[in-house]
Design a protein around this ligand. Structure first.
Ligand code: PMP
Length: 382
């Protein structure tokens, strides 16, 4: 057996969701919305299942969706993408990440990853035979700087991964941070794997800036997106990769042996959603922002110190600043078992030297669930 996997503990998401089920708890842990997702996209999928595509689609994705992705990024992010050479469809961003790391890294290479860290990055880097070199970002701002990154670069460094907006920190990196990172990538000849699955879930009127648009990055950024996050349909697992042809052609070969294709009916529905979104990309973040504000207000009135959330489905509580003496994991385990509210301790997103005073909560839930969740968290704090 491969120790890379046999030695892995169960993920915190499995642990907390299992405990939430066992204790009949309110689940503010795992990140998926309560709402069923946009009806026009779900209808398009049903239509495609009944009357459309159900056989193997082309390996790179159905042309309609690849064109729709290029069109969407043209309209929303001013990117000019050649859909035939620069866009492919994958089975979720998870597969896109795996294909990218497997294709871009060789045994002995190094990849710089920022903690807090989405859970699949390091195992996939290691599966490629490369070393995961961990940088550490800290609350409340979770910013990186030149010194922190350059101290980790060696002649073996090939890849750096950036998740923006950042789950779980709910931070959105803007022009200043991205210019800095682009400059480092160019100076050290690095490729950046840009996990931008949360790009449409940004608040307060902000617009997502893709790293691939920064100077020097057009040929060294691999941009990853997810229809699951764009449309609040997290189980759909339809992802996209956009990159210059020399990078994408190799990534496509890894995709060929990972999943080969992605359900064509779901691809057709996502194409419909991207081509005719109506006001979805305005109402969806506006509604989530309202939920963010509601949970923030409820928690603040209970005396919790809430960190700012500029994007994603999440906000974070600073436990130490809220009068909680326990580490995040202990608090989360006690809150779910004794007070019926599940959350995610942010220490789980660190492999080494964890930050232990931050608790992540998902606010993509109904008002009643958010209000009751805040009440139960207040009881857990005592
Ligand atoms: N990256 C990040 C940062 C995520 O938060 C998620 C989903 N939670 C993914 C990747 C995976 O996306 P998908 O469901 O499309 O595989």
């Amino acid at each position: 057996m491969n120790p890379l996997f046999s030695a892995l503990p169960p993920t915190i998401f499995d642990v907390m969701s299992g405990l939430a089920r066992k204790h009949g708890a309110i689940n503010l842990g795992q990140g998926f919305p309560d709402a069923p997702g946009p009806e026009f996209v779900r209808r398009a999928a049903a239509e495609a299942v009944m009357h459309g595509l159900n056989q193997y689609p082309p390996m790179a994705g159905i042309p309609d969706l690849r064109q729709a992705v290029a069109g969407h990024y043209g309209r929303r992010q001013n990117l000019e993408l050649d859909w035939e050479r620069e866009v492919i469809i994958t089975s979720g961003a998870t597969e896109a990440l795996a294909a990218s790391f497997l294709a871009l890294l060789s045994p002995g290479d190094e990849a710089i990853l920022f903690q807090p860290l989405y859970d699949s990055y390091a195992p996939m880097v290691r599966l490629a035979g490369a070393k995961a070199v961990l940088a550490r970002l800290e609350p409340p701002h979770f910013r990186f700087d030149r010194f922190m990154i350059e101290a980790l670069i060696t002649p073996k460094t090939k890849v750096i991964a950036l998740n923006n907006p950042l789950n779980p920190a709910a931070v959105v990196y803007g022009a200043e941070d991205l210019t800095l990172l682009a400059g480092i990538c160019v100076a050290h000849d690095l490729i950046c794997v840009c996990d931008e699955v949360w790009e449409e879930v940004v608040f307060d009127g902000a617009r997502h800036l893709p790293l691939i648009a920064m100077p020097g990055m057009r040929d060294r950024a691999v941009k990853i997106g997810s229809a699951g996050k764009m449309f609040g349909l997290t189980g759909w697992k339809v992802g996209f990769i956009c990159a210059a042809p020399p990078l994408l052609s190799v990534i496509l070969k890894a995709h060929q042996f990972l999943t080969f294709t992605t359900p064509p009916n779901l691809q057709a529905a996502v194409a419909e959603g991207l081509n005719n979104p109506g006001d979805w990309f305005e109402t969806m973040p506006a509604e989530l922002q309202r939920s963010r504000d509601r949970l923030t207000a409820a928690l603040t009135s209970e005396g919790f110190e809430v960190l700012p959330s500029a994007g994603t489905y999440f906000l974070n509580i600073d436990l130490a600043a809220s009068g909680v003496k326990e580490p995040d994991r202990d608090f989360a385990l006690r809150a779910v078992a004794e007070h019926g509210v599940a959350s995610i301790p942010v220490s789980a997103f660190y492999e080494e030297n964890p930050v232990t005073n931050i608790l992540r909560l998902c606010f993509a839930k109904s008002d009643e669930v958010l209000d009751e969740g805040a009440r139960r968290l207040a009881k857990a704090r005592g």
